[in-house]
Design a protein. Structure first.
Length: 196
């Protein structure tokens, strides 16, 4: 009797790393519900904002998805990136892309819920990417966890991408540095300042 073979989602597209040591490199991505890769134009704007802050930083790609933001940071010499991804198929492809780039020593993949990870982890970060699926109120849960559980180093930068009109629970000690908006998407960069 033949064993049934589990069907695996196959890559249906790609993302491109736009700067750094892997500039121009394309990585496969899957077409999954809620997966919304950050556009090249947005990545270019974001990493122009971050030019002086990426090298040697410890990064968290909290809703990693394709890993586009985390891989871009690694390409620009971030010290490390922790990718957190709940979707099993997306996590499998993330793992494969980490191997493809030879980034195993700098990249850590957490397969699971970012809220659970932040609640139990003792890691802290210099740079955090928050780009969750829209209209699910995930930032309402994750933003407070970053501050309450002390996951941010003093002076850490936090990139938040959300649907326009989202009412986000931004803590008082997150200072807005940059903001840009399209018809559908709001992009914000904050700096975390420890309170005395």
């Amino acid at each position: 009797m033949k064993r049934a073979v589990k069907s695996q989602a196959t890559a249906t597209g790609s993302i491109r790393i736009i700067g750094g040591r892997w500039r121009g490199r394309k990585l496969p991505v899957m077409d999954l519900d809620g997966l919304r890769p950050t556009t090249d134009r947005t990545k270019e704007t974001l990493f122009n904002w971050l030019t002086a802050h990426v090298a040697d930083s410890r990064c968290l790609d909290a809703f990693a998805g394709t890993g586009g933001l985390g891989f871009e940071a690694l390409s620009r010499h971030a010290a490390s990136v922790t990718f957190v991804e709940q979707d099993r198929q997306a996590a499998l492809l993330l793992d494969k892309n980490i191997q493809t780039l030879g980034a195993q020593n700098q990249a850590r993949l957490i397969k699971g819920n970012v809220q659970a990870y932040l609640a139990k982890s003792d890691e802290s970060f210099d740079l955090v990417f928050l780009d969750p699926p829209f209209h699910k109120s995930l930032l309402d849960e994750v933003i407070p966890l970053l501050s309450v559980n002390q996951r941010l180093n003093n002076g850490a930068l936090i990139y938040v991408e959300a649907e326009v009109g989202a009412n986000l629970p931004i803590p008082a000690n997150w200072q807005l540095l940059k903001h840009k908006q399209t018809k559908q998407v709001s992009y914000q960069l904050f700096e975390y300042l420890e309170t005395a």
